[in-house]
Design a protein around this ligand. Sequence first.
Ligand SMILES: [Zn+2]
Length: 385
Amino acid sequence: MRKQAFWRAGLAIVLLLIGVVVCGQSEEMSCIALLGRVIDGTGSDPIEDGVVLIEGEHIIAVGDRQSIAIPTDAITFETDNATILPGFINTHVHNSASWWMVNQWILGGVTTVRDLGAPPDEWQVAAARYANERTYPTVLWAGPIVTVPNGYPIVPNGFESLAVESPSDAQAKVAQLIEDGIDVVKIAIQHDEDTVPGCLSLEEIQAIVNVAHEAGLRVTAHATVSWDIRLALDGGVDEIAHYLDAPGSAPWLPERMVKDHIAWIPTLAVGNTRTAPELIEFIRLGGIVALGDDAGYLELVDGMPMWEIRAMRRVGMTPMEIIVASTFNAAWVCQIDHAVGSLAEGMIADILVVRGNPLDTIDALNRTLWVLKRGLLVVDNVGEP
Ligand SMILES: [Zn+2]
């Protein structure tokens, strides 16, 4: 009870003093010290008795408690068995225009999401609405999925997308999306004689990749079978989204993807997780896997995407591999690794603190204590049981 009162008071002080506390050299900045086990997101060994020091929006120090001087005016956050991690990044979601969804994500400690397919008229409205929101996750956008008029997901899902009819048409329409402010290009590759008659051609994929790469953006491809993945890779895409429909069907895939520096966002939550030979082989060869659960598709309940995280564990990823996939790798895939995804001096203070050690029990990731977004305390669950 006393502890709870202490933390409530702490929160009040944080809110009261933002803008007036003097911490270190700079004025008008609050200073926060998080104490506990530090897992920095890069795959480095945890610091058992660690400190993360935050001033304003940025991390100013990370290290062992013995080696870091905590400023006397810092507001200290400490509780039993806490683990401090970078805020999680979900690199494959939908439905981000929903306030309910973004609220669930921040409550779960997901501080950035990347929306890989929204109706053409919806995403810019939502992007403008979120632009100045500091207490919600950062949302990155692909805008509409690029496909052909009779291709997936227009057929069979009826999902509003951007249909292109030739390489030059593809180039022009994707150039317009880039002009409109997208962060990544999403294409759909799915051949299926019975249900999906049309698909982007190799030449159309290459045209899309060229215009995206010229603008410094990556291209991510929806693909679920080996021949579609091969087409996407031949076209020069940067990432494959989804899992193989038939695990064991593409023994060539791990080596090819590692050689071509292709990231894999397996979205196991919407696929088959009975076995995952290609995915695990890909990781063992040094391939980059990032967290993404396809939230909003099949109406997955989201927040911290535990369904996906538990599936990653079941197929054989280690807890540390899952954390790296959800932080450092996910930031790299989203091209924001210079700012977030790891705990280090100079990085933006998007931070998740959980109770317990996720390296022992992966479900500890679901026990959120605090979430900081750009240095601002936005979730405080310490009073919760
Ligand atoms: Zn998706």
